[in-house]
Design a protein around this ligand. Structure first.
Ligand SMILES: N[C@@H](CCC(=O)N[C@@H](CS)C(=O)NCC(=O)O)C(=O)O
Length: 228
C-alpha cells in the first residue's frame, strides 16, 4: 500500500505546521528525509523541479509542491476539523497570515540570519537593515495579537502552527531575550503554539536563543546566495 509522504528535512520550518496539523487530524504522513543542502536525487528533482522542500506525494499519487498548498490540502482531509476556520472569511484570513509569514517574514528573517550563518554575503549594514525589516513585519503580528490568543477567530487554526513553524528559525537564532521583550504578545503566542501537543509531536523541544547569533567568522563566509 502506498503511504502519504512528505519530503522534507528534520525541523524544516516550512514543514512543521504541515506535520503538526497532520498529527492533530490523525492523517498519516511518512517523512522522507530530503535536504537540499545535502544533495537531491534525480528522482526528487522530477517531483520538485526547483529542488526545494517540502514536497507532498499522496497515497493516491497526488504530487504537491509549495508548503501552503500542502498544508491546506492536509488540513482539509478531516472535514470535521476547524483547522481551516469556522467561517469562509476565517479561511481567507488563515491564508493571508500563512502567505505573509511564508513570504515577507521568512525573506526578511533569512536576510538577517543567512549572512550570520556564513551562507550569504555578510555586511553589518545589510544585517542591520534586515533586522529592522524583520521588526517591521513582526510588528504586524505583535499588533494583531495584542488582544487575541490565536491568529484567526477565537480558536486554533492551521495559521497558528504553520506560522509558528516558519518563525521557529528566528526564535532559535536571533530573536533573543532582548529582542523578545519588544514583541511580548508575539512571543507569548509563539510559546503557546509551540507548547501544544500537536506541535510538540513534531518539535518536542523549542529552542529560544539567549543571545542572537553574531557576525560570521571570516572562514565561514562564502559566495553562496540563498534565494529566500
Ligand atoms: N515556495 C516554496 C519555497 C520552498 C523553499 O524555499 N524551501 C527551502 C527550505 S525551507 C528550500 O528548499 N531551500 C533550498 C533552496 O532554495 O535551494 C514553498 O513555499 O514551499
Amino acid at each position: 500500500m502506498n503511504h502519504n509522504k512528505l519530503y522534507t528535512y528534520k525541523g524544516g520550518p516550512r514543514s512543521i505546521g504541515i506535520l503538526a496539523v497532520a498529527h492533530a487530524i490523525d492523517f498519516d504522513i511518512e517523512v522522507v528525509e530530503t535536504n537540499p543542502q545535502v544533495g537531491l536525487s534525480e528522482e526528487y528533482l522530477k517531483l520538485n523541479k526547483l529542488g526545494k522542500t517540502p514536497t507532498f506525494v499522496g497515497s493516491d499519487g497526488t504530487v504537491l509542491t509549495e508548503c501552503m498548498a500542502i498544508a491546506l490540502h492536509v488540513a482539509s482531509q478531516d472535514p470535521e476539523s476547524k483547522m481551516l476556520g469556522p467561517t469562509h472569511m476565517d479561511f481567507i484570513h488563515i491564508v493571508s497570515w500563512m502567505s505573509l509569514c511564508n513570504t515577507d517574514v521568512v525573506k526578511r528573517m533569512a536576510a538577517w540570519i543567512m549572512p550570520l550563518f556564513g551562507v550569504a554575503p555578510y555586511s553589518p549594514e545589510g544585517v542591520e537593515m534586515a533586522k529592522k525589516q524583520t521588526a517591521q513585519v513582526i510588528q504586524i503580528l505583535e499588533d494583531h495579537l495584542q488582544d487575541r490568543r490565536y491568529l484567526v477567530a477565537d480558536c486554533l487554526t492551521l495559521a497558528d502552527p504553520f506560522c509558528a513553524g516558519l518563525v521557529s528559525f528566528g526564535f532559535a537564532n536571533v530573536f533573543d531575550k532582548e529582542w523578545r521583550a519588544h514583541f511580548p504578545c508575539f512571543t507569548a503566542w509563539y510559546e503557546m503554539v509551540t507548547s501544544l501537543a500537536m506541535y510538540r509531536a513534531v518539535m518536542p523541544n523549542t529552542v529560544m536563543a539567549e543571545t542572537a547569533l553574531g557576525p560570521p567568522k571570516p572562514s565561514m563566509r562564502s559566495d553562496f546566495t540563498a534565494d529566500d
